[in-house]
Each structure stands twice: as C-alpha cells, then as structure tokens.
Design a protein around this ligand. Sequence first.
Ligand code: ASN
Ligand code: ZN
Length: 327
Amino acid sequence: HEAIETGEGTSTYSGKVPLTTTKSGSGYALTDGARGGHSTYNLAQGTDGQGTLFTNSSDVWGGGAQTAAVDAHYGAAVTWDFYKNVLGRSGIKGDGKGAYSRVHYGDNYVNAFWDDECFCMTYGDGEGNSHPLTALDVAAHEMTHGVTSATAGLEYSGESGGLNEATSDIFGKAVEFYANNKSVPGNYFVGQQININGDGKPLRYMDKPSKDGRSKDYWSSSLGGLDPHFSSGPANHFFYLLSEGSGAKTINGFSYNSPTANNSKITGIGRDKAIKIWYKALTTYFTSTTNYKAARTGTLKAASDLYGATSTEYKTVAATWAAINVK
Ligand code: ASN
Ligand code: ZN
C-alpha cells in the first residue's frame, strides 16, 4: 500500500480545498488512495488517450495547468464521499474502485462529459482555454452519469434521456449542498459558476426550468422529442418541489419561485429525503426505458419502501408528480 497523503489545492471555483494524494518518488501524485485510487490526468489540449498523471514535488497544488486538476480531483472526492456517506454506495459501480478524470481536453472546448468506454470524466478549458468546466456541480453531474449507467442504464434519448440528465442535475446539486463549501453555497441553479453562456446566468433552473428559455416546467406528450438537457426540466422541477415546496423561497442567499401545473401548493419533504427517494428509485426500480410515468411509479414504490405507503413522504411524491402533470 502506498501512503495516503493529504495535500492542499487552490481551485478555480471552490477556494482552497484538501486533496487526497499519494507519495510518488520524491513527490506526490493526484491519485486518491482513500477513494479507490481515483486519479487525475492532464490531456494538455489533446483529445485522446489517458494523458499524464499530475505529479508535483510538494503536496501544495494549483497554478498553471494544475488549477483545473485541483477542481476535478476535489469534485471527484466530494462526489465519492456523498455517494458513500449519504447513499451507502462505494464508487460509481459500487465496487470501491475509483475512475479517473482528464482535464485540459482540446482547444477552447466548452463542455465536460462522462464516457462509459474509458469509464472516465473529461473537462474542457472553455472559451479561450481560460474557463475550465470543472465546477463542483459539473463534476458531480458527470460522475453521476457513470452511476446511472452502472444502475438503471437510462437510455440517452426520449423521456428516459431526460430522466438520465435530471438524475445528473439532481445529484450534481445534492453534492454541492453536501460539500458545504463556503465558496460554493448550495443552490438549485445548474452550472451556476461556469458562466457558460457568458451572461453570468446558470445553465438550468430547477425551481422553474423554463427560465432557460428551452426546458419544460411540466410533462407533456411532446417532451420525449426534446434534447435530454431540456426534457430533464420536469424531473428537475419535481425534485425541487419535492425538496423545497412550491412558491417563493430563499436558500443560502439564492431566491426561487416554483410554480405548479395545477396551482396546487406543495410543502417540501426536505432535500435529504428527496435524494434518498430518487436514489432508491434509480437503483431499484428504474430501467433503461423508464419514462416519466414509470418514474412516478418507481419513486412511489421507493417512498413506500423508505417511509411507508401512508406516509407524508409518499403522499407528497404523488402530489408532486401531479404538480408537474404526471398522473
Ligand atoms: N456535459 C454534457 C452532459 O453531461 C455532455 C453531454 O451533452 N452529454 O450532459
Ligand atoms: Zn449530462
């Protein structure tokens, strides 16, 4: 066993963060021995292969090419801890094994992605190679694609595609709340830090998905024809409503106002219970072809398993699906 070390990094989005590293020769490497050996590599603007493992003479990281790696390594560690400590899942496949992250993918690449083939996460540097796509909610979103792939396997098209995307947004934001990092106050705005459109606005809004101009707030029969990043809207909205309830609310300084399809009033059951219900449904009842109607059935079963069929939690799950027009 190599020695597990605790270093420190200066990140782009999360301030100064602890990093779990490994001794390597006379220095250190971004290999997390406490989390299945998850490692972080430098693609140095390349677009294939694993890249080069980040190493450093001291265990203090950041500056130059290392900064994006600090965010990615930290994001993977916090996401690992969330799945382990909150949901009892050890690693993406649940087998205790780490995956890996690659940063500095391509030139001006404004995205990040999970790839089932390499079983890895990849991050571009953004426009001008100066705005890495490595924020904590993005890292957790991508890693969650791995979890979805290893569990329900929700097909990435039609309504199941929207549920796949929503699952990544849901746990992406859940990880941000879990991290409780004062540089990154937990919120329900997806991609709130990366300024991907250059207008200072988030990519998606879970309290009212239509605020992005393309996502839907409610289910309709045409939903499955949309790109998964927009058909995710009603499921993201479901999660927000189930957690926080309808109407106006301010959390960690962020203001929300969540509508319902039937003008019903929802009183949220809290984020922690909503997370547990979604995860149980994902890992127990969802399959590759689960659509919104089946997601309703699956989450109701999950709520019944966890809290009982006569519980407030169960009744709120039912009322919340009705509030996004799924009956
Ligand atoms: N970042 C995007 C996502 O994870 C990449 C994609 O479009 N699949 O959804
Ligand atoms: Zn995604």
